[in-house]
Design a protein around this ligand. Structure first.
Ligand code: SF4
Length: 232
């Protein structure tokens, strides 16, 4: 298990290496510091690539950009605007249900606490955490998406069966002031270098600190070169 100091070192290295890459869609939209925009964009994003979520979100906001205006749109119209995000029918329904609750219970505003956010339809810990961080500037959790779940396990920081378990363990391992940076840089890292399939370990800035590199990547390469030597 690496120390907190080593973990911070890895986060910093990953941060430097991923600087040239595009910001994740949530970070980009989060620059507006508008909780409603962050909430709706993150509600569209699960199981969908940023390159699909971004344009879908822009199309939707082009039609309606407030809870009242969005609720006034027929569900079919929302579906059409956000297609082809995955589960677009369910997400369109959730967008309208969220807007209805915001209007009925929160005076048309996005609530600024984790429990209230978690009570909204389709909002889990990742979305709630992202809204808190990028919408309200409050870091109360580590939002864990597929990349933040996979990469710490490859690095050998933890073993986990679910994003919720990963989040809990990460909150113990990563110093709080790095929680936001961890999410932002590891999403970029997972999108560009530590890919789900075929991670680019050869050029990875933290390969020396990585369990997968030592135990899988190097062994595979060794086996490959032994095989090619035998063939000669
Ligand atoms: S060495 Fe490979 S698996 Fe490990 S962090 Fe880097 S890209 Fe990911």
């Amino acid at each position: 298990m690496p120390s907190k100091k080593e973990i911070v070192g890895v986060i910093r290295k990953v941060g430097r290496a991923t600087k040239p890459f595009q910001l994740p869609i949530t970070t980009k939209i989060g620059q507006s510091h508008d909780p409603f925009r962050v909430l709706i964009s993150t509600a569209l994003s699960p199981q969908t690539r940023d390159t699909v979520t971004g344009p879908a979100f822009t199309r939707l906001m082009g039609l309606a950009s407030s809870p009242r205006a969005l609720l006034a749109l027929p569900e079919k119209k929302i579906q059409k605007a956000i297609y082809p995000v995955s589960f677009y029918r369910i997400k369109a329904k959730n967008v309208r249900r969220i807007c209805k609750i915001l209007l009925e219970k929160h005076k048309g505003k996005v609530p600024s606490s984790m429990p209230e956010l978690l009570a909204l339809p389709g909002v889990g810990r990742k979305i709630a955490g992202l809204v808190m961080i990028y919408g309200f500037g409050k870091t109360e959790s580590i939002p864990v998406d597929t990349h933040c779940h996979r990469i710490p396990q490859r690095l050998g920081w933890l073993h986990s069966r679910s994003p919720v378990e990963t989040e809990k363990k990460l909150m113990e391992l990563v110093p709080r002031k790095y929680w936001k940076e961890f999410n932002n840089t590891f999403v970029k890292f997972g999108q560009n270098i530590c890919l789900p399939l075929g991670p680019k370990c050869g050029g990875c800035p933290v390969s020396k600190q990585c369990k997968y590199y030592r135990e899988v990547y190097l062994n595979k390469n060794r086996a490959k070169s032994e095989l090619s030597l035998k063939k000669k």
